[in-house]
Design a protein around this ligand. Structure first.
Ligand code: SF4
Length: 54
């Protein structure tokens, strides 16, 4: 079963830098691939200087 995406309200879901990571135990994490930002910053993101629309 696919876990529901965390923080559906997060801006990250509309961003090209987002990678959704699933752990072996089925937990789902939002990972930012923008090099100047933390990979796992606080969620939900409401505004981001590095946002890039998908
Ligand atoms: S660049 Fe910003 S909006 Fe995009 S995935 Fe990273 S934290 Fe989220």
């Amino acid at each position: 079963m696919v876990a529901p995406l965390p923080f559906p309200e997060s801006l990250c879901h509309r961003c090209a830098h987002l990678r959704v990571v699933e752990s072996g135990k089925g937990s789902v994490f939002l990972m930012c691939q923008e090099p100047s930002l933390p990979k796992y910053g606080p969620q939900p993101v409401r505004a981001c200087r590095a946002f890039s629309a998908k």
